[in-house]
Design a protein around this ligand. Structure first.
Ligand SMILES: Nc1nc2c(c(=O)[nH]1)N[C@H]1C(S)=C(S)[C@@H](COP(=O)(O)OP(=O)(O)OC[C@H]3O[C@@H](n4cnc5c(=O)[nH]c(N)nc54)[C@H](O)[C@@H]3O)O[C@H]1N2
Ligand SMILES: Nc1nc2c(c(=O)[nH]1)N[C@H]1C(S)=C(S)[C@@H](COP(=O)(O)OP(=O)(O)OC[C@H]3O[C@@H](n4cnc5c(=O)[nH]c(N)nc54)[C@H](O)[C@@H]3O)O[C@H]1N2
Ligand code: SF4
Ligand SMILES: [Mo]
Length: 908
């Protein structure tokens, strides 16, 4: 890594950049950051970081634009009142203490996150499990990776990812299961695509019920029926045996149970035709996949949430691991089962034991020796004696009043948990809710009695572990804003005030890291692969300068290890792995006559979860500005839904209003909706209000990809959009989406009733009592105010624009139909100091005098290249490759995240 001065937040713009790690996905890219002014930074990929070698995706490259303090939580608050840290810490400590004294340790809970740093996580886990004495600390990783954790434990005896990123480049076949890596692990995906360019033998297979940007780059896409992965992989296991591909020497030397798995595969997935029928895919395609897998030695199977977030998620993972164990393709270059971790530190959380059913350092709660070991090490007064409640159960316990106080850190469960309305009810009823956050105004913050301001990315300091077990430093490069504090500090100071002074007198993240590293080596002797005792003697400078390193780091592997288990040596007592016989099961709630469709949820390229950070920059909101439901043309016809209209989605749990996208990428019967939209950005876009709280019986992971659903057109009295230079406070309509633009705000609206007088309604938006920021600024009007207006009562059409001194301040387009002028050209006018005459003439027409002026929806976020510009260039300049597009327009030449889309544009 760079030799930059480390962890010195007083850096000035002239200094060398600081090497840190991206706070978004589990790829864990290295970032070089250099502050530019108080609330922004220059961001570049770190060429020396082994995860990304200098690349960044669209989210990573926009990090510098998400640092504004405008919406940050900067001071502690109790019921909305700013208080001192002393009062806030005292209140939290006293209330937790009192609740525990009265109702016992299990009456309190922590709900934490894979977005905490390892050091933060370690301290929170220590306080709950060793001092409060309860297992009630669970994490959003429960919604994310817990099925993989459970499956790896079953198979290997420990939660270990055996391989590394390089394996995807060295493989001749990469199978991506339930993963849209092109959008969700973009830099790793770009590495894979680059490897494929170098090695034409390398094939990619994508297994996903819908066609995604990932499928577009694959040689074969298997659009299986949702939830049928176990049949598919049991079928593969059976095929491998029939095709004589089993590595019996590996099985004999390194496995315990395996015969039953073969027998089970034969029974549950007897033949190609049977599997093809159950999975709903063409037999030839299935045969190709099985043949490729059988005949290719170097295979990596990588999976993510299409596998984990299922009521049979653990079984799905084991069915994948089984085929790798059976062929001995594990831990060798270019081979292995590979779990793609979601969050930047989901792995670190697992290392410290952040899940309710883990201890710390991969030790087991059920094992009395392990408990005693940790208790002694921590000098802990009150060790837990059993696992705690898992996320979904934990919030149910809050609803039932069994948990009376909850502390939520770095996660937004009011948006991200299934059955989100029930979660909100639970929080409303809870006697004491503490929230540690960086942002104010999140959906969750509204339920908090105490809001605690945490340091954000760029300010905090510690370590994270990525998908390939690589520990990297996050380093501070910004000065601390307001009174925000590191999460480890907040937890430790509360612990001290609860009377646990000695165990929590930490002064730095470094001290915590050393304690964690030492524990991992305690009575280990190779029994647990997770061992970073080789880092336990780092001095402060060594910790600050720590280069990215893959655990284990110990006497045997002083420089870390890329691959594990190639020669067995698993973590079970017998040192043998297991092939688990897994029986295919239908999803927990199948569709029925009342709810005939399946709701599938997931991610889009440029948003991160509940949008608290990525929603802040126009560069990222432009790609997909509105929440949507994608459905097959057959379902659209069946339910009378037209592309681009609004639709009402309904499950047994809740409702949402989103825009319809009709596309053959979606298989009939299945509807995809992104998970991201929350209160600040959409009035009814909260998709988790609909998602069923069914969970995997083993891992407790929610089935976020499968809820019975119905869909109907929503026919409002009017549709419209507003563009405004200043944010507008309250727009009381049924459908509202707020989109941050470059120098403006865009509001997409619809409502069931029309106001009696549009001009009055529009002007009312500026006179709102809570005060729009424009009127609040009370600056003298910078010039003459003009209103341009057009109204046609007959057709229900109303359009207006407001200019101040010739500068466009606001415009609105209202219609009975959903077909309105494109937003992009109008939005572009907000960049001008004066609307030129030519544009003024056509302003209320909503489109430029010349079509060339409208570049359309942004496809390449890095260079702001729109879809119309691309289409025109492809046609006029006869472009046929993404490289040619790059040469002509620069699109796709920075992060590469838009390349799959460019490809589909080229295909017409
Ligand atoms: N842009 C972006 N990137 C992210 C994130 C983000 O919020 N935004 N979040 C990060 C996090 S925390 C995570 S966990 C990862 C998630 O990364 P991914 O898991 O790749 O993303 P998802 O979109 O949740 O789901 C992946 C796919 O699973 C498919 N699927 C649904 N049901 C099934 C099924 O039954 N079988 C199979 N085989 N597939 C199915 C869906 O159609 C979807 O395309 O992304 C990380 N990266
Ligand atoms: N329907 C559906 N639901 C899902 C999923 C799905 O695919 N479908 N995916 C699930 C998955 S895989 C995941 S990982 C979850 C993610 O869901 P969440 O964890 O709820 O989503 P985030 O928006 O990332 O929330 C993180 C919060 O922590 C704050 N924060 C960021 N950094 C820090 C910090 O250093 N300290 C503190 N104290 N706060 C910080 C952010 O501002 C943000 O509000 O969603 C899950 N929910
Ligand atoms: S792939 Fe993108 S979001 Fe993920 S770590 Fe790298 S830059 Fe960040
Ligand atoms: Mo996740």
């Amino acid at each position: 890594m760079s030799s930059a001065p480390l962890s010195d937040p007083s850096l000035t713009a002239d200094d060398a950049p600081i090497a840190t790690t991206c706070p978004y996905c589990g790829v864990g890219c290295g970032v070089l950051a250099k502050p530019r002014g108080p609330e922004s930074a220059d961001i570049k990929g770190d060429p020396e970081h082994p995860s990304n070698f200098g690349r960044l995706c669209s989210k990573g490259s926009s990090l510098g634009e998400t640092l504004s303090l405008e919406t940050r939580l900067l001071y502690p608050e109790i019921t909305g009142r700013r208080v001192s840290w002393d009062e806030a810490l005292g209140t939290v400590a006293d209330t937790l203490r009192r609740t525990i004294d009265t109702h016992g340790p299990d009456s309190v809970a922590f709900y934490v996150s894979g977005q905490l740093l390892t050091e933060d996580y370690y301290v929170a886990n220590k306080l709950m499990k060793g001092f409060i004495g309860s297992g009630n600390i669970d994490t959003n990783s429960r919604l994310c990776m817990s099925s993989t954790v459970a499956a790896q434990k079953r198979a290997f005896g420990e939660d270990v990812v055996p391989g590394c990123y390089e394996d995807l480049e060295l493989a001749d076949l990469v199978v991506l299961v339930g993963s849209n890596a092109a959008w969700c692990h973009p830099v790793l995906f770009q590495r894979l695509v680059a490897a494929k360019r170098e090695n034409p033998r390398l094939k990619i297979v994508n297994i996903d019920p819908r066609r995604t940007a990932t499928s577009q780059s694959a040689d074969l896409h298997l659009p299986i029926r949702p939830g049928t992965d176990v049949v598919l992989f049991n079928g593969l296991l059976n095929y491998l045996r029939q095709d004589d591909r089993i590595d019996f020497a590996f099985l004999e030397n390194h496995l315990g149970r395996y015969a039953e798995a073969f027998e089970n595969a034969r029974k549950t997935a007897p033949s190609l035709p049977a599997v093809a029928r159950i999975c709903g895919i063409p037999e030839e395609d299935l045969a190709s996949f099985y043949q490729w897998f059988a005949r290719t030695e170097k295979v990596v199977t990588a999976w993510s949430q299409g596998v984990n977030q299922s009521s049979s998620g653990t079984d799905k993972v084991n069915s994948i691991i089984n085929v790798h164990l059976a062929t001995g393709r594990i831990g060798k270059p270019g081979m292995g089962p590979f779990s793609l971790t979601g969050q930047p530190n989901a792995m670190g959380g697992r290392e410290v034991g952040g899940l309710a059913n883990q201890l710390a350092a991969h030790l087991d709660i059920e094992n009395p020796e392990h408990r005693a070991l940790v208790q002694e090490y921590w000098n802990a007064p009150r060790m837990l004696d059993k696992s705690g409640l898992k996320a979904v159960e934990l919030f149910q316990a809050i609803a039932e009043g069994r948990i009376k106080a909850v502390w939520i850190m770095a996660t937004n469960p009011a948006v991200s948990l299934p059955d989100a309305n029930a979660v909100r009810d639970a929080l409303r009823r809870c006697e004491f809710v503490v929230v540690s956050e960086c942002e104010s105004g999140t959906d969750l913050g509204a339920y908090a009695h105490v809001n605690l301001p945490a340091l954000a990315w760029g300010e905090k300091d510690g370590t994270v572990t990525n998908s390939e077990r690589r520990i990297s430093r996050q380093r501070a490069f910004l000065t601390v804003p307001g009174e925000a504090k590191p999460d480890w500090w907040i937890v430790s100071r509360v612990a001290q005030r609860m009377g646990y002074d000695e165990g929590f007198c930490y002064r730095s993240a470094w001290e915590i890291f050393l304690e964690h590293a030492r524990l991992s080596g305690l009575q280990n002797g190779g029994k647990r692969v997770f061992d970073i005792s080789g880092l336990a003697e780092l001095d402060r400078a060594g910790y600050d300068a720590l280069r990215p390193i893959q655990w284990p780091v110990n006497g045997r592997y002083p420089n870390g290890a890329s691959r594990l288990f190639d020669a067995g040596g698993f973590s079970s007592i017998s040192r043998r792995a297991e092939m688990v016989p897994v029986v295919p099961k239908a999803p927990a709630n199948p569709p029925d006559a009342a709810y005939p469709l399946v709701l599938n949820t997931g991610r889009i390229r440029d948003q991160w979860h509940t949008m608290t950070r990525t929603g802040k920059t126009a560069r990222l909101t432009n790609h997909v500005p509105e929440p949507y439901a994608e459905l097959n043309p057959r379902d659209a016809a069946r339910f009378a839904i037209q592309d681009g209209t609004l639709v009402r989605l309904e499950s047994r749990f809740g409702q949402a209003l989103v825009r319809a996208r009709v596309s053959k990428d979606q298989q009939p019967g299945s509807v995809f909706v992104p998970m991201h939209w929350s209160g600040p950005y959409a009035s009814k876009g909260l998709i988790n209000a609909l998602v069923n709280p069914a969970t995997d019986p083993m891992s407790g992971e929610p089935e976020s990809k499968h809820t019975p659903l119905r869909i109907a057109p929503y026919r409002p009295a009017w549709h419209g959009f507003l563009l405004s230079r200043e944010p507008l406070d309250a727009i009381e309509v049924e459908y509202r989406v707020t989109i941050r633009g470059d120098g403006h705000w865009l509001y997409e609206l619809a409502h069931s009733e029309s106001p009696s007088d549009w001009p009055v309604w529009m002007r009312g938006l500026f006179a709102h009592p809570s005060g729009s920021r424009e009127s609040a600024s009370a600056e003298p009007v910078p010039g003459r105010e003009e209103w341009l207006e057009f109204a046609d009562i007959h057709s229900g059409r109303y359009r207006c624009a407001r200019l101040l001194g010739g500068r466009l301040q606001f415009c609105a387009f209202i219609d009975r139909s959903f077909e309105l002028p494109p937003r992009s050209w109008l939005a572009g006018l907000f960049a001008l100091d004066e609307v030129p005459d030519r544009a003024r003439m056509s302003l209320l027409a909503g489109k430029p005098a010349s079509a060339e002026d409208d570049q359309g929806r942004i496809v390449c976020s890095c260079f702001g290249v729109g879809i119309n510009t691309l289409k025109r260039a492809i046609q006029k300049q006869n472009l046929s490759t993404t490289e040619q597009i790059g040469a002509a327009l620069k699109a796709g030449t920075n992060c590469g995240s838009c390349i799959p889309e460019l490809k589909s544009l080229l295909q017409g």
